[in-house]
Each structure stands twice: as C-alpha cells, then as structure tokens.
Design a protein around this ligand. Structure first.
Ligand code: PGA
Length: 243
C-alpha cells in the first residue's frame, strides 16, 4: 500500500487522471471500474479532457460502474448512471459495448449481479477507482460485508441513507444498493482509494492504520497488494506517520 498526499483536491484529481490516462496509453484495452460521487467527479472530467486533447486511443477501453442505488431510474440526476453518462460515456461517445452499468430498474437484481460477475470474471479489472464513505463503505459494501463478496444487493446502512441525500435535489427514500463486491476489489490489478476534505480524515485513518476487519470495509485496502491511497492534506491530517 502506498499513500500519496496532495496539496488540494485539484492536485489529487489531476494525479489520478494522469495515472489512468498513462495506464491507458500503455494498455489500450484497459478496464476501469470506477465509483461515482463527489470524490472522483473532477478526476473523470480531467481524464476525459486528457484522453481527448492528447488523442489517446480509447477504442479498446472498457468501463464498469462500481455501484448503483437500487430502484433509481437512470435519468435521475442523483443516480450513478447519470453521473457516468454525463461525465464519461457521452463526452467520450463510448459505444454500448464499451461500458457495463448495473440496471437498477431490473425486475431481477440477482441476475444483474450475475451478469456483472461474469463481465468482471471475463475481463478482469485493471484499475479500480473508489472513494470511501463516512461509515467506511466502498461502493455499497456496507459494514459487515464479507471480504469475499461478489456483486450483490445491499441493504443500506443508516449513514449511507442520510449522507446519500447530498446527491439529490429532494429528500429520497434510499433503502438498497447494487454493488460490485470486495472480493472483486481484491482481484483488481491496481486500486486507487481517493479521499478529500477534513470530514474524511477519521475514516482514512481507520482504513489505513486501523485493524483490518469486515466491520470497517475500507480496511480491506491493507490486504491489497497494489493499493494506492490518494488524499489531499485535509483527509490525511489524522494519519500517524507524517508524510
Ligand atoms: P463521496 O462518496 O465521494 O460523494 O464522498 C464516497 C462514498 O460514499 O463512497
């Protein structure tokens, strides 16, 4: 596990974007599994700009959406689908064969999970870019989720239900999510765990320096052989080791 601390959110996002763009140059068939949310928003914007301005070949690029609010229509601006469509899929004009998103409206979510498990088993994940929730979740892998989990439907933790309101214009009834699993995070070649802002300092400290346990899902990062923690100074403020 390596930890890089950046001056601010902009520098952190620029680094993550340039790392992914660099890897795409090396491996044009790169598969990126990425979170939506506030943390990676600038990274994806910078990544798209770099790919287009530097004319990086992305015809072989594949993208997997990390998770989704179950039952939320894709046109809802708070959905992960909307985030990915407006920030990545449309700007890059990705063809439907290049991206894989959970269908949160499917009458058979278990089948959606199986489908995504098969995609991940077949392609593998080169880079998994994730944030961290205020309860230590990664994706919708809530506290107590098995480190061996594959794609699954998750009952949302109370913290996720309340913090999740920030993505929506009106009060939302959030109860379940559909998510890739922690077992799949362990299979990714590289995991980038990003966090910014002082509110993330306690959870970053626990993820990086606390005990590795399923009650704090992000602690799994300590088990990954090639995990990179990227934070701004504020999110790194409680780390014991000075960096
Ligand atoms: P955020 O979400 O990037 O919007 O803070 C992180 C998460 O809940 O995983």
């Amino acid at each position: 596990m390596t930890i890089s601390v950046f001056e601010d959110y902009h520098a952190l996002s620029a680094h993550a974007a340039s790392f992914i763009a660099g890897q795409l140059r090396i491996k044009p068939s790169l598969t990126l599994c990425m979170a939506s949310g506030h943390t990676p928003a600038l990274t994806v914007e910078m990544l798209v700009n770099t790919i287009l301005s530097e004319k990086i070949d992305y015809s072989g690029f594949r993208f997997i959406g990390l998770d989704e609010w179950l039952g939320l229509p894709p046109e809802n601006s708070g959905s992960c689908h909307y985030f990915f469509k407006t920030k990545l899929i449309d700007p890059l004009q990705l063809s439907p064969s290049q991206y894989f998103l959970f269908d949160a409206m499917s009458p058979d979510p278990a089948a959606e999970c199986k489908k995504m498990d098969a995609v991940i088993a077949e392609r593998g994940i080169d880079i998994m870019l994730v944030g961290i929730g205020m309860n230590g979740h990664i994706g919708f892998n809530e506290p107590g989720t098995s480190f061996l989990s594959l794609c699954h439907v998750a009952a949302l933790d109370d913290t996720t239900k309340s913090v999740g309101q920030k993505y929506f214009n009106e009060q939302m009834e959030l109860s379940k999510g559909i998510t890739t699993g922690l077992g799949q995070l362990l299979t990714a070649s590289t995991v980038l765990l990003m966090a910014n802002g002082s509110k993330k300092a306690p959870v970053i400290q626990k993820a990086v320096e606390g005990p590795v346990k399923e009650s704090f899902p992000a602690s799994i990062i300590q088990r990954h052989p090639n995990a990179v923690i990227l934070t701004d100074k504020e999110a790194a403020a409680l780390l014991n080791t000075s960096r």
